[in-house]
Design a binder for this molecule. Structure first.
Ligand code: NDP
Length: 505
């Protein structure tokens, strides 16, 4: 039996083929657990059980209030198991235990609470006043879509699982979720907790770890699936959209980014430096909406850049399980190699970084230096450089000078991405005018990274399609059915439309 099993049709189970894969703590290379490795057969079985649960089971007939109660119980379950979930999250992905306990686990519980509120408060029937036709009554029923699937990335595995499961269930759908192979433990643990608490009918929630190329592709293409939600790279997002188009499934895509954090010359430079460093180096820059381009106004540029270099050197790299650590290991060696490749490119394009640029010296004993990378800052970067245009997904910041607010907006928008951005300024009105012109799904003024389940999140341009969270993130899991009722049950004269076709029928 695998240490972490799949949840299919209300049972915790090994993969049909009996395969497993091992998962490791990236900081030390120690094995954490063996995980059941689903194949296509398991994915099909999970989808079929979700279909049956939706079409024939009790779930589709529950009221929003009933579903809200269950979602709130899941939130309580998460909170009661927060320490265990936080520890697994940090061990498996390399994010700090501080991030896991303060952001990931409470954020996941918060998503269930928010969507419980949506299930309870958003009406499932809206009567429409007036009518374009005589004597008809009209209303709209908001109904679940059916079987929904979610494919999630490795950088925020727990919260991403919650962002996909909670709105789907809140709206009355059934759900099949695939976590990323690097970090599948907390999604599987959540499934196990929900199953053991006996909170859902069989088949309503299914969770499968397994390769994207087989399990992920099945979740995106199987004709029994009614909607796909994906978070990950823009490249795989394109593939998901292609696969979903076979049966015209609606998709929600949350993809990559290269967000601009604009520092205006009236900003409190001390506070702005903190916002830029936190905006970039939180979780080693492995965050889709990281502010990896800092746009800094020329008259404060030199002072600001030296503040950044000085402060970046104070970020503490170490064991992610230590509460004092700011940055743990990257998730995998391939991510370190990507950072190294881009830093080498940056040296060609721009010159020496003003800080960082290598693996760190002096890590505590027992940590694998090959899994770490220093916070790295390139200054005087041209926005056309590849390091300013391409997503690195590692701890690398590009600082770009600008002269006017118009120029800052133009540089910020000169990107194929449009996920998020920041404006740091002492004048909120001025910052809001800049924010209004940025073509991104979120802008933080005098802040960064603050995402709440209550506010919509998603991207413009090649950063994605649709929104998660907020009211919008609930509505995309339902569809509208218009019902037209003619209350006159007899008498042709009351049925005006027949005369449009022919007075004789
Ligand atoms: P990937 O796009 O490679 O993988 C994301 C998920 O998709 C994983 O579960 C993966 O499975 C699966 N997958 C891979 N190939 C396929 C396929 N052909 N069909 C279906 N599913 C597939 O991204 P990463 O996990 O590597 O995450 C890093 C990237 O994701 C970055 O570019 C980042 O910007 C973006 N991202 C965007 C976020 C956002 O909210 N906009 C949030 C987080 C990340 P497996 O693990 O088995 O390969």
């Amino acid at each position: 039996m695998a240490d972490y099993q799949l949840l299919i049709n209300g049972e915790l189970t090994d993969a049909a083929a009996g395969e497993t894969f091992a998962t490791y703590n990236p900081a030390k290379g120690e094995k954490i657990a063996d995980v059941a490795k689903a194949g296509k057969e398991d994915a099909v079985r999970a989808i079929e059980s979700a279909r049956k649960a939706f079409d024939d089971g009790p779930w589709g007939k529950t009221s929003g209030k009933e579903r809200a109660e269950i979602l709130n119980k899941i939130a309580e379950l998460i909170t009661a198991n927060a320490d265990a979930l936080g520890e697994i999250e940090a061990l498996d992905g390399g994010g700090t235990i501080r991030k896991a306990l303060l952001a990931d686990i409470p954020g996941g519980a918060g998503a269930f609470q928010w969507f419980a509120k949506m299930a309870e408060e958003r009406p499932d029937r809206v009567d429409l006043p007036g009518s374009p036709f005589p004597v008809s009554q009209n209303y709209v029923l908001y109904e679940p879509l059916g079987v929904t699937t979610g494919v999630i990335p490795w950088n925020f595995p727990f919260i991403m699982a919650c962002w996909k499961i909670a709105p789907a269930l809140a709206a009355g759908n059934t759900s099949v979720i695939k976590p990323a192979t690097y970090t599948s433990l907390t999604a599987l643990k959540l499934a196990q907790l929900i199953q053991e608490a006996d909170l859902l009918p069989p088949g309503v929630l299914n969770v499968l770890a397994g390769p994207g190329g087989t399990v992920g592709e099945e979740l995106a293409s199987n004709p029994l699936v009614d909607k796909v939600a994906f978070t990950g790279s823009t490249e795989v997002g394109r593939r998901i959209m292609q696969l979903a188009s076979g049966t015209l499934k609606p998709v929600t895509l949350e993809l990559g980014g290269k967000s601009a954090n604009i520092v205006l010359d009236d900003a409190d430079l001390d506070q702005a430096a903190a916002a830029v460093l936190w905006g970039t180096f939180f979780h080693n820059g492995q965050v889709c909406e990281s502010g990896t381009r800092a746009l800094v106004q020329k008259n404060v540029y030199d002072e600001f850049v030296s503040l950044l270099a000085d402060r970046a050197g104070k970020i503490v790299l170490g064991d992610q399980m230590d509460m004092g650590t700011d940055q743990g290991p990257l998730v995998d060696k391939s991510q370190v190699e990507t950072a190294e490749r881009y830093v080498a490119l940056g040296r060609e394009e721009v010159g020496e970084p003003i800080t960082g640029g290598a693996k760190p010296e002096g890590l505590p004993e027992g940590l694998d230096i090959n899994m770490y990378f220093q916070p790295t800052i390139f200054a005087d970067v041209d926005n056309k450089a590849k390091i300013a245009q391409e997503e690195i997904f590692g701890p690398v910041l590009c600082v770009i000078p600008f002269e006017t607010d118009d120029e800052a907006v133009a540089i910020a928008n000169d990107s194929i991405y449009g996920l998020a951005g920041g404006v740091q300024s002492g004048n909120v009105e001025r910052a809001e005018a800049v924010a209004a012109r940025m073509r991104t799904g979120t802008v933080w003024i005098n802040d960064y990274h603050l995402i709440s389940p209550e506010r919509p999140f998603g991207g413009y341009k090649q950063s994605g399609i649709g929104r998660e969270l907020g009211q919008q993130g609930f509505d995309v899991y339902r569809q509208a059915k218009h019902v037209h009722v003619n209350p006159e049950t007899s008498g042709r004269d009351n049925h005006f439309q027949y005369s449009v076709l022919s007075g004789n029928i």
